[in-house]
Ligand binder design. Structure first.
Ligand SMILES: [Zn+2]
Length: 107
């Protein structure tokens, strides 16, 4: 198992007036000062916001509220095709060859 690189709470930001979802609020967990970010629906950028109640509806400019927060975890991307040295014990054939080489060296 790989440890998550990021753990946060995420909730939709909905409009009180028209119900439009403007984006999501993310609250970082851990640390004494949890940071809140806002990510608009049509954007991939997260903006740090001091107070999520300050986010206005992107459609009508009305006040918003956050829906239920859900726990989200991001993991580092693993490239399974990447050719890198394997961890752990070497394959049996390699171990046998090394042993044979050692014995030859001693003899
Ligand atoms: Zn609205």
């Amino acid at each position: 198992m790989t440890a998550p690189t990021r753990t946060y709470l995420e909730a939709d930001i909905k409009c009180f007036h028209c119900g439009h979802i403007s984006g999501v609020a993310r609250v970082e967990r851990g640390g004494r000062h949890p940071t809140t970010t806002f990510k608009a629906v049509d954007s991939s950028a997260e903006i740090r916001i001091p107070d999520r109640t300050q986010v206005k509806c992107q459609r009508c400019g009305g006040p918003t509220f956050t829906d239920e927060f859900e726990l989200r975890q991001e993991y580092a991307r693993v490239d399974f095709l990447e050719d890198r040295p394997r961890r752990g014990r070497p394959p049996k054939r390699l171990a046998e060859r090394r042993l044979a080489e050692q014995q030859r060296g001693v003899a």
